[in-house]
Design a protein around this ligand. Structure first.
Ligand code: ADP
Length: 261
């Protein structure tokens, strides 16, 4: 709280009381802290690949006679780190565009079943690589939802690839779609590593990750869930995550049917 006070005087200028104002500045404080934390996170996320690129490049420059195999390995690392920076910047730009309402949504009727099957096909290789089984169960005669096809597809791909990434080999991933009242609910469930309770409520924050090193190794930016949430909220829907540590994670993507928004 910020406290301000002033004497309260009567017509004879005698002090007869004190006025005290308590101003709640916790919200403002929280926002300031979040902004500072975000800038620190962005700087750190970009600094790591830059340091790596710099040291590998220097080694290449200083050692002209490095054998070809080794120098190729160095170049591959540099290439990978450039890709990482490009992903971070791409995700940040997308978030910033949404923050400033600059994203042009092209809202059309979407056949959710078709979109989901296409998304699963796109990830077919990732499923096979980890030998996961994919079990799809969709209610018949689902109503269409109105939305931006690329946006909704991005959300589905994101949640599905998290399920693939954070589930050890030979896992099971269930995708179910149902109409619940005036919503279409896409449920994506895995039996993977799960999310500890202490991390659960912060998991949609930008750059928040349970295990930074693991996420980085898997090519993550820590921005996927915050992007997904923002896209779904721009469609008047919501994302609900529940998880049990070491048991698995379940995500509901809830999208309203019917009217164009
Ligand atoms: P990342 O790029 O790190 O995957 P996300 O924003 O998509 O970023 O997810 C944030 C963090 O949430 C991940 O780093 C991971 O710790 C956790 N997470 C997301 N989905 C799952 C899941 N299905 N199972 C376990 N942990 C998950």
């Amino acid at each position: 709280y910020r406290v301000k006070y002033a004497p309260f005087k009567n017509e004879k200028n005698n002090i007869v009381g004190v006025i005290i104002v308590f101003q709640d500045i916790t919200e403002q404080h929280k926002l300031d802290n979040m902004r500072r934390e975000f800038v620190a996170n962005v700087s750190h996320e970009l600094k790591t690949p830059i340091t790596t690129i710099k040291s590998y490049t220097e080694t290449l420059i200083e050692n002209e006679d490095l054998d070809e195999e080794l120098s190729n390995r160095f170049l591959m690392v540099i290439d990978g780190e450039c890709d990482r920076m490009a992903r971070i910047v791409r995700d940040l730009l997308q978030l910033s565009n949404m923050d400033y309402n600059k994203t042009k949504w092209k809202k059309i009727d979407i056949d959710v079943e078709k979109l989901l099957r296409e998304a699963c096909m796109k990830l077919d290789l990732s499923f096979k690589e980890k030998n996961h089984s994919l079990i799809i169960d969709m209610q018949e005669d689902l109503p269409n939802v109105v939305g931006d096809k690329d946006g909704i597809e991005q959300v589905i791909l994101n949640i599905l690839s998290n399920a693939i990434k954070y589930t050890p080999e030979n896992g099971e991933i269930y995708v179910t779609v149902n109409r619940v009242e005036n919503d279409v609910v896409i449920n994506i469930k895995d039996n993977g590593i799960g999310i500890p309770e202490k991390d659960r409520e912060r998991i949609f924050e930008r750059f928040y990750r349970v295990d930074k090193a693991r996420s980085r190794d898997l090519g993550g930016t820590g921005l996927g869930l915050s992007i997904a949430k923002q896209i779904i909220e721009a469609h008047n829907g919501r994302i609900v995550l529940s998880s049990e540590y070491n048991m698995g994670t379940e995500v509901d993507i809830v999208l309203p049917i019917g009217t164009r928004v």
